[in-house]
Design a protein around this ligand. Structure first.
Ligand SMILES: Nc1ncnc2c1ncn2[C@@H]1O[C@H](COP(=O)(O)OP(=O)(O)OP(=O)(O)O)[C@@H](O)[C@H]1O
Ligand SMILES: [Mg+2]
Length: 263
């Protein structure tokens, strides 16, 4: 298994009740497309942040174990984690515009992981950036690298994020609500792009969304979370058509019929 999360508990020192994730266990094979669904507050983002150790550790306590490609993630030093993040694990988030630096052209932002994790020459890095831009179907690479985020659409910014997240060929891409801020057509394009990247480069995708119909379009397997626990997990078609748990049935019932028809 590429990723194994076992009995993950996340506790906050400053929160009444303290615990937000109550012992979550799941695993993910190399090259798999796995979804996490659940309504707001279920603990989806916290689980993703725990895997990348991006929670503020003076405030959050992590118990259990997370193994990723031979690394014991909860006992890995900060320095070691910085080597893993951006290189072995890429991530993209809900709001691509807010995730990008508004004061910097997108080219250098896509290049950043190469500066951190490789010793490629300037010319080699530039070639890789142009290639990455082509790979995510952005127009005119030589022009695009010089543009600032505000000169691109939301969907184009998300493509920039994907290009940057994948530029070091990570084994795992964590995508937390990556299409929520985008309109339906662009949403579909981004899902297709993620699927193609998964098939071409065998990058495993952990796709987080509150919308099971989106997860169904991309993933083969899904984890349903509610209130800091996993309530159901299995094949996405199976769960979509025959949900066992009442909570999952309610999630499916809440999907607007229109988007149900899209799938
Ligand atoms: N830094 C924090 N300090 C205290 N509590 C937190 C912190 N971050 C998250 N929580 C709490 O943990 C719970 C799970 O949060 P999380 O962000 O993982 O939810 P989510 O499933 O990603 O929801 P959404 O769909 O809204 O993104 C929530 O109740 C939230 O209030
Ligand atoms: Mg979230």
């Amino acid at each position: 298994m590429m990723l194994e999360v076992k009995d993950l508990v996340i506790r906050f020192h400053d929160r009444i009740g303290g615990e937000a994730v109550h012992g979550v266990s799941f695993s993910m094979a190399a090259g798999e497309r796995l979804g996490i669904v659940g309504e707001s507050g279920a603990g989806k983002t916290l689980t993703a942040l725990a895997i990348t150790r991006l929670l503020r550790e003076d405030n959050a306590e992590l118990l259990g174990s997370i193994r990723f490609m031979g690394h014991d993630m909860l006992n890995t030093s900060g320095k070691e984690m910085r080597k893993i993040r951006g290189k072995e694990i890429g991530f993209i988030f809900q709001d691509p515009v807010a995730s990008l630096n508004p004061l910097m052209p997108v080219g250098p932002q896509i290049e950043e992981p190469l500066l951190l994790h490789t010793d490629l020459s300037k010319a080699e890095r530039e070639e890789r950036v142009l290639q990455a831009i082509r790979d995510v179907d952005l127009p005119e690479p030589e022009v695009t690298i010089r543009k600032y985020p505000h000169q691109l659409s939301g969907g184009q910014c998300q493509r920039v994020m994907i290009a940057s997240a994948l530029i070091c060929h990570p084994s795992l891409l964590i995508a937390d609500e990556p299409t929520t801020a985008l309109d339906v057509t662009v949403q579909t394009q981004i899902l297709k792009l993620l699927k193609r990247k998964n098939e071409e480069e065998n990058v495993g995708i952990l796709y987080i969304s509150h919308d099971l119909s989106l997860v169904r379009r991309l993933c083969t397997r899904v984890i349903v979370m509610y209130n800091g626990n996993i309530v159901e997990t299995g094949d996405v078609e199976q769960i979509f058509t025959h949900p066992k748990e009442e909570y999952t049935q309610r999630l499916i019932a809440a999907i607007p019929t229109r988007s149900k028809r899209y799938v």
